[in-house]
Design a protein around this ligand. Structure first.
Ligand SMILES: Cc1ncc(COP(=O)(O)O)c(C=O)c1O
Length: 480
């Protein structure tokens, strides 16, 4: 098929618009004999029939394997340079009690950044000492709760927090481990990174201010300084950005060693994943090896011991293991000059995946209930919301006979989709179903109309009852 000029330059027409591109789909995703996509041995039509659409589907084995493999890769590579690694799963990517337990079972710690995320981690039974607490504006109540329950580390994000955390620690009778988040001046995004000397952003403290702030931390008897923290961005490919940042941080780290121990260094998260067939993320083992080499070389050249390293990946663990299943409601060819783009509207949209609207993120799509020989058509998958920017997949090719009633699946939606979901237009947030070895179970229930009306103080009891009756008639009970 010829390239459609309306397609972005990076998108070539596929040889077969039914193929599940390598590296883009959960590990267990495949086409069954009838053409339907199965994940964890469960087919898309079965999932839709049992749980309704839209639906987030998580490949449990894939999440667990990714977490364990990442940990093994970093453990192995940093053991080679004589140190160890603490891997924190960045819960903001996607958190439920099941996910938290899977992480702990894979040997990971959990990084949270609000009282809500902390509550979920604790509800999952995560040992508080394994939790790191982030945030540029932690409330006093959150800081108090974190110190009271015995959170392992608090990441201090601004000078004002030093006293707040110190006071809370005194109140709760603990000595609180803290890290200091600094801006290394390195920003990375996907293939490129930018190194600046000054930063104009809300997270972390100015690099040059760090020595005085660490002295202030050390002056507080209720605080124990663990080391520096830096997060340079998200969806990063390659090691160059991390290497530059690690090098800058180790300069500061060396300076701080003159004033006392600095046992750890946290390099943050941000490891990239594939969202489209042209994305080529760096494999975890190569990333770990590259980072270990840099840290070893930088420490050797400064004559300092290699600290314990901490990292905070989120997306790379859950992103590729999740998909979203939608039902097509309408299709509409839109002619633009000589060319046509087929708009395929689905029953969700920016309320279950805000990333395209927020960041112009690109995604991919495939028919999920069948395969088709129809010539491929350039499609844009749109949601059902009242915004023209309500796009789920900006551009991909699907068999041109895609029609209302078809199921479509969008891969790589395991991170920052459920966690960024909203109730825009009063759509209930979809359920999350974990699939494993031919079984499927709800790990987060979807929202019902009753859920949506429950907080509206003006709704009468009679109206609540009527809605409850109607919504059980209209919605799939299993998930809602
Ligand atoms: C401080 C911090 N750590 C870790 C992460 C996780 O990033 P990613 O999911 O891209 O690995 C983020 C993401 O925003 C972050 O802000």
């Amino acid at each position: 098929m010829a390239h459609n000029p309306l397609a972005p330059e990076w998108l070539s027409p596929p040889a077969d618009a039914n193929t599940l591109a390598d590296g883009l789909w959960p590990a267990t995703a495949q086409r069954a004999e009838d053409g339907a996509i199965t994940i964890g041995g469960v087919s898309a039509p079965d999932l839709a029939a049992r749980f309704g659409t839209p639906l987030y589907v998580v490949d449990e084995a894939d999440v667990r394997t990714r977490a364990a493999d990442l940990r093994t890769a970093f453990d192995t590579e940093f053991a080679r340079i004589g140190t160890s690694v603490r891997v924190y799963y960045a819960a903001k990517a996607f958190l439920s009690t099941d996910i938290a337990r899977w992480m702990v079972e894979a040997g990971l710690n959990i990084d949270v950044c609000s009282g809500g995320e902390l509550a979920v981690a604790l509800a999952a039974g995560v040992e508080p000492g394994r939790i790191g607490f982030h945030g540029n504006n932690k409330s006093r109540a959150e800081i108090d709760q974190a110190t009271r329950v015995g959170v392992g580390t608090i990441i201090i994000d601004s000078p004002i927090e030093i006293e707040r955390v110190a006071e809370a620690a005194v109140r709760n009778g603990v000595v609180q481990n803290v890290r200091l988040r600094v801006n290394s001046g390195v920003h990375a995004h996907t293939h490129e990174f930018l190194a600046t000397s000054h930063e104009d952003q809300k997270f972390g403290v100015v690099f040059e201010d760090a020595p005085a702030l660490v002295a202030a931390i050390r002056a507080q008897p209720s605080l124990a300084f663990l080391g520096l923290h830096c997060h340079i961005g998200s969806q990063i490919f390659g090691v160059d950005g991390f290497a530059e940042s690690a090098s800058r941080l180790l300069t500061l780290h060396t300076e701080l060693l003159a004033g006392g121990p600095v046992p750890e260094l946290n390099l943050g998260g941000g490891f990239g994943i594939a969202y489209t067939s042209v994305d080529d993320p760096t494999p975890a083992r190569r990333l770990a090896a590259g980072l270990a080499d840099i840290v070893a070389a930088e420490c050797a050249s400064r004559g300092i011991p290699v600290p314990v390293i901490a990292i905070e990946p989120g997306r790379v663990i859950v992103g590729p293991a999740g998909v979203t299943l939608y039902e097509v409601g309408t299709t509409k060819p839109v002619r633009i000059g000589e060319n046509t783009r087929l708009y395929v509207s689905v029953d969700g949209g920016m309320s279950d995946n805000a990333r395209p609207a927020l960041y112009g993120a690109e995604y991919s799509v495939r028919l999920a209930d069948r395969v088709s020989d129809a010539p491929a058509a350039l499609v844009r998958v749109a949601g059902k919301h009242c915004e023209s920017g309500d796009i789920v997949v900006n551009a991909d090719y699907l068999p041109g006979d895609v029609a209302p009633g078809d199921l479509v699946m969008v891969p790589a939606t395991g991170a920052y989709c459920w966690s960024l979901a909203s109730n825009y237009n009063y759509l209930g947030r979809p359920a999350v179903v974990a699939v494993l070895d031919g079984g499927a179970r709800v790990i987060v229930r979807g929202e019902t109309i009753e859920d949506l009306l429950a907080r509206d103080a003006g709704v009468s009891d009679a109206a609540h009852e009527a809605t409850a009756t109607r919504s059980t008639d209209n919605m799939k009970e299993t998930t809602r």
